[in-house]
Design a protein around this ligand. Structure first.
Ligand code: FMN
Length: 446
């Protein structure tokens, strides 16, 4: 997530700290970080006192740097009270510069986070401008930079803004969100700042702890499949499904942030590639099968989150099919089952996690799949018009041979961390043990 988190500069001042939660000591060690929080002049700035509280609750030390416009939306007094530090805003403030210069501030930061990030600051960052304190710090720091854009959806869709977003992403800036939803202007669209809790969870999450010898999955190789597959009918048509790839991408990112080497075999999606993840792009189920088996020998944990087409057209017609007939029939054949071929078909198979996306009898089908395919774990979720596919949130239940756990509705990015933590825990428990426990919970009754 944060490409330069392991730079000597970032490593210099990080300190390990325990992290509470229901799995107590088994959870990843987190890091107390120095965060320079840049606040710019968007309406979502009113949420920043809450963001500061949540960052500090996770152990971060927060130094706020406001732009001139941000002062129109949130008071320095409120921010000073919640951050416990004087606010910095003026590059030419002699007193502040004397106590900690902008260069020292840039060095002090383990992370520079800008939330909300306006279209204007994105343009300044993309162009390398340095006329104010915040942009000067951004240029002078070696710490990773994350921005949480927030603006009207038409602004967000503007080509100039999107070009700046791409430039920043290509330079390794982590772009958090934005979310889709109702906006301050009364319209609905993409451009809402992620919620403070979500930003804090990502920025203070295990990402920064994942150095080579730290993190729950340090030293492990994880292969994740994600997204749909496309099965061609003719050169312009294909069979696919509604999978967006968001869950698989979030899991790949979370596994990387827990220290794993991650290979992501991705069907066609329109998502940014997660940082520190090797992505192999494929289109069809057959290509996904081949790409997975190409690399499976080096894998400790295989997480099959892709929605692979169960069937594909028996043949792809060479030329576009014309609408000559009233009816047409397409012959479909079964695709090869990637999950079963790994879990049940390989000597020394990796710890294998399947996904079950069902519209009904979720538990029953998930447990059946766990058993039939000889999986180590299965993540079950209900899909339909309102949930599962192409949504930013998800609700899942996870089953394994002698246990199960439900996860309440949460953002996929946050849920991904919880799922990966549970996978790491179960991996340790079973691969450390001499034998697999008997399957005790399979019941086909609700
Ligand atoms: C009431 C109001 C609300 C605004 N909200 C946003 C916003 O949500 N996102 C944004 O990119 N710009 C917004 N703007 C425009 C920015 O404040 C303006 O581009 C400003 O120059 C940003 O400067 P800064 O990035 O240095 O803070 C808003 C302006 C006004 C007057």
């Amino acid at each position: 997530m944060f490409p330069t988190a392991q730079s000597p500069q970032a490593a210099k001042s990080v300190r390990n700290a325990g992290f509470g939660g229901n799995r107590g000591e088994q959870r990843a060690k987190l890091v107390v970080v120095n965060i320079v929080l840049g606040i710019t002049g968007g309406i979502a700035a009113y949420k920043t006192p809450d963001l500061v509280r949540r960052l500090r609750a996770r152990g971060a030390d927060v130094q706020i740097v406001m732009t001139r416009s941000a002062e129109e939306f949130v008071t320095e007094t409120a921010l000073q009270a919640v951050s416990g530090k004087p606010i910095r805003s003026n590059l030419w403030d002699k007193e502040a510069e004397a106590s900690m210069s902008h260069i020292e501030l840039a060095r002090w930061a383990d992370v520079v986070l800008i939330a909300p990030a306006t279209a204007e600051i994105m343009a300044r960052l993309a162009s390398g401008a340095a006329a104010d304190l915040l942009t000067t710090i951004c240029l002078a720091t070696e710490a990773p930079l994350a921005i949480a854009p927030a603006m009207n959806h038409v602004m967000w869709d503007n080509q100039a803004v999107q070009a700046n977003r791409q430039t920043l992403a290509d330079r390794g800036v982590t772009i958090l969100g934005p979310d889709y939803g109702s906006q301050a202007c009364g319209e609905t669209g993409a451009g809402r700042m992620l919620e403070p809790e979500e930003i804090a969870a990502i920025v203070c999450g295990p990402e920064l702890a994942a150095t080579a010898d730290e993190g729950l999955l340090a030293g492990k190789t994880v292969l994740v499949t994600a997204g749909p597959t496309r099965e061609p009918i003719d050169p312009v048509r294909y069979i696919t499904n509604r999978s967006s790839g968001k869950m698989g991408y979030a899991i790949a990112g979370a596994a990387a942030s827990h220290g794993a080497k991650v290979i992501l075999v991705s069907g066609p999606v329109s998502l940014d590639e997660p940082a520190r993840v090797e992505v192999i792009h494929v289109k069809t189920a057959e290509q996904m099968y081949a790409a997975t088996h190409d690399r499976i020998d080096e894998v400790d944990i295989f997480i099959a989150a892709a929605a692979v087409s169960d069937y594909r057209p028996a043949r792809c017609v060479e030329h576009k099919i014309k609408k000559n007939e009233e009816q047409m029939t397409i012959e479909l054949v079964r695709s090869r089952d990637i999950l079963a071929s790994v879990a049940g078909g390989l000597d020394g198979a990796p710890f294998t996690v399947g996904f079950a996306a069902e519209t009904d009898r979720v538990r029953e089908y998930a447990l059946g799949k766990l058993d039939d395919k000889n999986l180590d774990m299965i993540v079950a979720n209900r899909v339909g018009d309102e949930c599962g596919f192409d949504a930013d949130h998800n609700t899942v239940e996870i089953f394994w041979r002698d246990g199960e756990q439900s996860f309440p509705t949460a953002a996929k990015t946050e849920l991904a961390h919880q799922i990966v933590e549970l996978i790491a825990e179960r991996f340790e428990a079973t691969r450390g043990a001499a034998t697999r426990p008997e399957l005790t919970i399979v019941s086909l009754k609700e």
